[in-house]
Design a protein around this ligand. Structure first.
Ligand code: PHE
Length: 460
């Protein structure tokens, strides 16, 4: 169940929509190289820490963090019980244990990051839904680059349409969350992920037949080291956090589903591997198309896959059917991620404020929906309103991926590495000593130092 839920959360628009766009923005192979290194050295170790906190705390993120910090701040006192003349041990809190409850702020930050992300995620998921209908009606048949760009431009220029799709997607997300039918959806992941893999592999095979295949591969896998800059590294680390759904508590919530027998290291590695494969496959498909049709990847922007994929679909036999199926699968991948984005907030409201699931979903849904309006308007009416060169969507995306998620992950690493008692972590992870110590070095030194350095250099 955990693997289904966590893979459902991880694999989503991030892999197929955002990853290729980020690769193109940062100049190709250098980004891919740093991305994969960040997944292995920073994101996966933190993913293990996050799932550990969830499984041990077994509550919403805020409460789990509080529980663990309390537990780790207690110590055993041994005293002689005079009457019975025997030694007894009791737990006592350090007098400054209140300080430790500040760690719940990490949970709070995560709840807010989840709502921020979902607000724009839903708008992009709306594009996907609109593309299901376009694909089904044969709109992509024999389309060229101009035609494809036009279809996308017409969609994002229309606030009413965007609002309609955004509303439908938020209603569906909230309905699923309110009903608590996640179980069913998680089982659907069993078919969804293999389905998505299959269609992506078919598309990747198609891409090998294109003239631009060689250029596409070179672009993705031959890093131009001169393109590595602090901001590229920050964007790759942020992308790794976003894609693996870490740093905001989703996996903490899902970690509480994980049975005590399962090995946290193994299941998280499985999820990370599946997630990274989907992202790389998406790149293998997109970039040959980009180079075949002489698109300039550096100016592509968030419309990249919506402008390129239809050309490929339009020129292959049975393209309409494959395209429809593709966007349906992408929509399902998006919805299994969106429920995990809102779940930290929902579980918090239910447990802490005794709200019903339905009430919590409606309230959070409305808030997120409202915030999403800012994003959908930043593609049309308010596209010119900019702060630091970014429009509303750019700010929200940058704030969450480049600041909130890495910061959340950094704090989770410090919390698990330095605050939680080592014995509790060891008992919960049950790794061999070599693996455990390797993980500990990554979580105590490598991840915090790398993230801090890159924060200092990348944000300035
Ligand atoms: N990982 C999801 C994706 O790649 C997005 C997400 C981010 C979901 C953070 C939950 C938490 O699409």
């Amino acid at each position: 169940m955990f693997i289904f839920a966590a893979t459902g959360s991880a694999v989503g628009l991030g892999n197929i929509w955002k990853f290729p766009w980020m690769v193109s923005e940062s100049g190709g192979g250098a980004f891919v190289l740093i991305y994969i290194s960040s997944v292995i050295l920073i994101a996966l170790p933190i993913m293990i820490a996050e799932v550990f906190i969830g499984r041990h705390g077994k509550q919403n993120p805020v409460a789990s963090l509080q529980y663990l910090s309390k537990e780790s701040s207690s110590f055993d006192v041994t005293e002689i019980d005079g009457d019975l003349n025997r030694i007894k041990t009791k737990k006592q809190q350090y007098s400054n244990s209140d300080d430790y409850s500040n760690w719940q702020l990490v949970g709070w930050g995560g709840i807010i990051a989840g709502i921020f992300i979902l607000s724009f995620y839903s708008v992009i998921a709306g594009w996907t839904m609109s593309y299901i209908l376009k694909a089904g009606s044969g709109a992509f048949n024999l389309i060229d680059l101009e035609g494809s760009k036009m279809i996308f431009a017409n969609l994002v220029a229309d606030p009413i349409k965007l609002m309609g799709w955004h509303t439908v997607f938020m209603i569906l997300t909230c309905y699923i969350v309110a009903k608590g039918v996640k179980g069913g959806l998680e089982k659907a992941v069993k078919f969804l992920i293999p389905g998505l893999f299959l269609i992506l592999i078919a598309l990747a095979l198609y891409s090998t037949t294109l003239n631009g295949f060689g250029d596409g591969m070179r672009y993705m896998f031959v890093p131009e080291l001169s393109k590595i800059s602090p901001s590229v590294v920050l964007s790759a680390i942020g992308m790794a956090f976003f894609s693996l759904s870490i740093g905001m508590g989703s996996l903490m919530v899902y970690g509480s589903y994980l049975s005590n027998e399962s090995s946290i290291g193994e299941v998280t590695a499985t999820v990370a591997f599946a997630d990274t494969s989907v992202a790389i496959l998406a790149g293998l498909i997109i970039f040959p198309i980009v180079f075949t049709y002489n698109l300039d990847p550096s100016t592509a922007g968030p419309g990249l896959i919506f402008e390129t994929l239809p050309i490929a679909f339009g020129s292959m036999p049975g393209g309409s059917i494959i395209a429809t199926l593709f966007f349906i699968l992408l929509f399902f991948a998006a919805i299994t991620s969106s429920i995990s984005l809102i779940e930290p907030a929902i579980s918090f409201l239910i447990e802490r404020h005794s709200m019903s699931r339905a009430e919590a979903s409606i309230k959070m849904g409305l808030l997120t929906w409202f915030l999403g309006i800012g994003t959908l308007l930043s593609f049309n009416l308010i596209s010119d309103y900019k702060l630091l060169g970014m429009n509303f969507f750019g700010i929200l995306d940058g704030l969450t991926s480049k600041i909130m998620l890495p910061l959340g992950g950094l704090l989770m690493a410090i919390f698990t590495g330095y605050i939680v008692k080592k014995k509790i972590v060891m008992d919960e992870l049950r790794m061999g000593p070599i693996k455990f110590n390797f993980w500990l070095i990554l979580i105590k030194y490598v991840a915090p130092i790398a993230v801090t350095l890159i924060f200092v250099r990348g944000l300035l």
